[in-house]
Design a protein around this ligand. Structure first.
Ligand SMILES: Cc1ncc(COP(=O)(O)O)c(C=O)c1O
Length: 458
């Protein structure tokens, strides 16, 4: 491509002039113009002024359907009336007490009832903090150092949680034993050495690797749905192999359900009927406010007990704060089995419609996912692991970015990596609108695909 501005980018700029002006100001105060890497996209993200239900209004007054839902955390979309009432009531009573509150216990009771493996739990302020504490708990319980994580797995914003997040074709190594790769220049060698990378959805390779490192492994941490790398569901056989090997070698099995909790009332562990030792949670349980939680067997969770002689240290100023609890409790109550099934069905219709749109447009692409979680990938088959997803990203060059910008102009917001999730604020009407938007976007992009990325033409 030449350095001349792409016509699709020009159209996006014409659609969002006030966002562009704000982006200029943002660049002065934030490196690269953003305060959050995952929410950034080029040439600049839309600035949002308000949101209600499943509709975002940007600063130019454009109304856009929100299929991103703050990276899957808003199970009811925005400003759900019961959550708004509850938070308004709570804020007038104070936001954080550094003392127990009734709503903490009630939310924990709801979660422990829904997820049988979570016998006891601790709230944290983020998913990042929850996976950190799960790893520390595992090390304290086993006296071992190394952690096994999946290639392409994401567990938060710190080094160990991000090792080999992006398996680039040139550096990722053999599938049987992938390289332990940093994602940036901040990774100490010790973290890379202490993180064993496991290929996703490869049961026998996983068993062999666990066998090899068994005596050094404190924990195996896995997302039952690979979130950042294309919403790739694990197979039951894979999770079962991890479960059996972990049990055999007394390794703690951690399910990171920060995203996947939304696919079933009891999370992905209930969907797959496989029980981890520890579960990390976040996103939906906070009703839209910052949150995380770690839970599991009492025998492990007791390591956090302040009544133990040397508990695993877990402080955290905002853990279990009354305001987040006041949002999470009505959110989780309203997310009952009926609503969970309904938004899963909506997402299934979305995937079917998206797949038809790609085949009609004769552009290589598919919508993969599970439950209410969907991701578009530029490939002729659903991804089985993060390598498949990365290969699709490579093959599609800048086309994913152009599709994202075009979908925004056509009134549909997804994550820039083309992740879509449904919320209870949606009905069939919004699904149809999103499918129509994809048809229109692909037909607008078709000439550019032919010219700039002909390998995607079918
Ligand atoms: C699977 C998974 N684990 C952990 C995290 C980290 O959660 P947080 O951003 O709340 O720290 C995320 C965030 O997207 C996630 O997707």
């Amino acid at each position: 491509m030449s350095s001349k501005e792409h016509p699709i980018v020009t159209k996006y700029k014409n659609f969002s002039p006030t966002s562009e002006n704000l982006a200029v100001k943002a660049k002065k105060v934030f490196p690269g113009g953003d305060t959050r890497a995952s929410a950034h996209y080029s040439p600049y993200p839309l600035s949002i002024s308000e949101a209600s239900g499943c509709v975002l209004t940007d600063v130019d007054g454009n109304q856009i359907l929100d299929f991103m839902n703050n990276f899957t955390s808003l199970i009811h979309g925005h400003a759900h009336p019961q959550i708004v009432d509850s938070v308004q009531r709570q804020i007038s009573l104070g936001s954080a007490y550094a003392a127990p509150s009734k709503n903490q216990i009630e939310l924990a009771e709801l979660i422990t009832e829904r997820i049988p493996s979570v016998e006891q739990m601790r709230f944290t302020s983020s998913g990042t903090e929850s996976t950190t504490m799960a790893i520390r708990c595992s090390r304290a319980a086993t006296g071992r150092q190394k952690i096994m994580k999946m290639e392409g797995g994401y567990h938060g914003s710190y080094e160990m949680a991000e090792v080999s997040l992006a398996p680039f074709p040139k550096t990722r190594g053999d599938l049987e034993e992938p390289n332990s790769l940093p994602v940036d220049g901040s990774f100490p060698d010790s973290v890379l050495e202490d993180t064993v990378i496991c290929p996703y959805n490869q049961p026998s390779m996983a068993e062999a690797l666990i066998e090899k490192y068994a005596s050094e492994l404190a924990a195996i941490i896995v997302e039952p749905v690979l979130g950042s790398m294309g919403m790739v569901p694990a197979t039951k056989e894979f999770l079962q192999a991890l479960r059996d090997s972990a049990t055999k070698h007394s390794i703690i099995l951690i399910f990171d359900e920060v995203i996947s909790l939304r696919i079933d009332q009891g999370g992905a562990q209930s969907f797959f009927d496989i029980t981890p030792d520890l579960t990390c949670m976040g996103k939906i349980i906070g009703g839209g406010l910052p949150v995380g939680a770690i839970g599991g067997k009492s025998e492990l969770m007791k390591l956090f007990s302040p009544e133990m002689p040397e508990p695993v240290m877990h402080a955290s100023t905002f853990s279990g704060n009354a305001l987040t609890m006041s949002a999470g409790l009505p959110a989780m109550r309203a997310f009952d089995e009926k609503e969970c099934n309904r938004i899963n069905d909506l997402a299934e219709k979305l995937r079917t419609g998206f797949n038809q749109a790609f085949s009609q447009a004769k552009i290589l692409g598919n919508a993969n996912g599970i439950g209410s979680l969907t991701n578009i990938n530029f490939s002729n088959k659903p991804s089985n692991d993060s390598r498949d997803f990365m290969d699709g990203l490579y093959a599609s060059k800048h086309i994913g970015n152009l599709l994202h910008l075009t979908m925004l102009r056509n009134g549909v917001m997804s994550a820039s990596r083309l992740m879509f999730c449904t919320s209870t604020a949606m009905t069939e009407k919004e699904i149809e609108k999103a499918i129509t938007a994809l048809h229109e976007s692909l037909s607008e992009l078709r000439p550019f695909v032919e010219e700039e990325c002909p390998n995607l033409v079918t």
